[in-house]
Design a protein around this ligand. Structure first.
Ligand code: INI
Length: 160
């Protein structure tokens, strides 16, 4: 039998930062509620949770990277809502956000859960902010917990 290594969803004792953007706030606040609900329901303590607000999705990767570099959190959850408009703005921002957050996670080897919605329409965004398609903030928080516990299981990192 192979030895299977996987992370639990246990949030007890984990320090978690949630970075959330204010743009399209009416959806992003639902994502934040979902993420905090997931963290608390899996055992996180309020005093171990930090919510960091940024203006828009474009600012998420830089702040996630800053937090990752600080090395004070076991996990980071990134939340925001991008809704396509009539120009190429959406595509430009979306590409940078996803690439930037992935780069921060890899550079600092910290557990990051990605809860940025990219929606073609407002309806799609609403569906992903706690209705038909679930709550992507909740899902991202659970993924971050699993990854944080996985890193613990895998053991300390060695040289780059
Ligand atoms: N920011 C978002 O979070 N979602 C969007 O849909 C969005 N659109 O479409 O423009 C958006 N733009 C703002 C951007 O993220 C920056 O905050 C802004 O450019 C200031 O740097």
């Amino acid at each position: 039998m192979p030895r299977i290594v996987e992370g639990s969803f246990d949030a007890r004792g984990l320090k978690v930062a949630v970075v959330v953007s204010r743009f399209n706030n009416f959806i992003s606040e639902r994502l934040l509620e979902g993420a905090l609900d997931a963290l608390v329901r899996h055992g996180a303590l309020d005093e171990d949770l930090q919510v960091v607000r940024v203006p828009g999705a474009f600012e998420l990767p830089a702040v996630a990277r800053h937090l990752a570099a600080m090395g004070k959190h076991d996990a980071i959850v990134v939340l925001g809502t991008l809704i396509r408009g009539g120009t190429s703005h959406f595509d430009l921002i979306a590409a940078e956000v996803f690439k930037g957050v992935a780069a921060a996670a890899m550079e600092h080897r910290v557990a990051i859960g990605m809860g940025v919605i990219t929606a073609e329409t407002l309806e799609q965004a609403i569906e992903r902010g706690g209705s038909k398609m679930g709550n992507k903030g909740f899902d991202a928080a659970v993924a971050a917990l699993e990854l944080a516990n996985l890193y613990r299981q895998l053991g300390p990192r060695t040289a780059p």
